[in-house]
Ligand binder design. Structure first.
Ligand code: F6R
Length: 261
């Protein structure tokens, strides 16, 4: 794992967007795993800018989102399909037929999980999975005690996630209590993981996921099991880390980071 700490949120976001854009430039038919949430909005704004400036081409990119609320149709402003169209897909040269999210309206939940897993498998797997982390440590909607071997399935959301996300719903009680999510095992099958964590509120959970024990109580800690992970943090989110000096040395000295310094 590599941990990159940038002084500001803007710099952390921009580095994350550049990592994605550079990976797409190197492989135009890139399979990109995407996340939603407040943290990612700025990443998508940067990618839109880069696309409009001709710096990155999404015409052959295929995307798979981590999750979708159960019971929300795509046109619902709180659905993750709506979020993705609104924040990214409507503004870049991607073919929407190449953009995938679980179907929150699927009747057969087991079949929907299996369909999504097959779709990922059939296109050769995800090249890079973008991740945020929830206040309870979740990645995707893999809530505490989710199996670290789990696959795409329906999952009940915790009270902490309800507190984190119901502010976006009007009324807040209309937030669904369940969601489809890629499993931790699905996420660990991606070839590379880039996790972005910003803001002081995430400092405690960031330290647990990066430097704490691997545990299903903090599913974000499962990234420690993956051989190719970069976690990008702003200074505020990095406040609880103990090995900061080492992380900063790596970023300042290792050749792979030269172009991003
Ligand atoms: C959503 C997702 C979640 C979010 C997490 C953080 O697709 O994958 O794990 O990354 O809930 O959300 P924000 O960025 O809103 O704090």
């Amino acid at each position: 794992m590599e941990v990159i700490i940038r002084p500001t949120t803007e710099q952390a976001v921009n580095l994350t967007a550049r990592l994605i854009a550079d990976a797409i430039k190197a492989k135009p038919d890139f399979k990109l795993g995407l996340a939603t949430g407040a943290t990612m909005e700025a990443v998508y704004a940067d990618l839109v800018k880069m696309n409009k400036a001709g710096e990155v081409d999404f015409s052959r990119v295929i995307t798979f989102n981590l999750d979708e609320y159960i019971g929300l149709p795509p046109e619902d402003p709180n659905s993750y399909r709506y979020y993705m169209n609104h924040n990214l897909f409507d503004h870049i040269n991607i073919d929407k037929r190449n953009t995938h999210l679980p179907n929150g309206m699927a009747d057969d939940e087991t079949a929907e999980g299996e369909r999504y897993e097959s779709a990922i498998r059939d296109c050769g797997g995800i090249d890079l999975q973008l991740l945020g982390i929830g206040s309870d440590g979740h990645i995707g909607f893999n809530e505490p005690i989710s199996s670290l071997a789990s696959r795409t399935r329906a999952k009940a959301l915790t009270p902490a996630t309800y507190v984190q996300n119901s502010i976006y719903f009007n009324p807040p009680e209309s937030m669904p209590k369940r969601a489809f999510t890629m499993g931790v095992g699905t996420i660990l099958n991606s070839k590379r993981i880039v996790m972005l964590i910003t803001g002081a509120k995430k400092a405690g959970i960031a330290a647990k996921a990066i430097e704490g024990p691997v545990t299903s109580m903090v599913t974000g800690s499962a990234i420690q099991l993956h051989p190719n992970v970069v976690v990008v943090l702003d200074q505020a989110a990095a406040a609880g880390l103990t090995q900061t000096e080492y992380y900063n040395w790596v970023f300042a000295n290792e050749p792979e980071w030269a172009q991003y310094r």
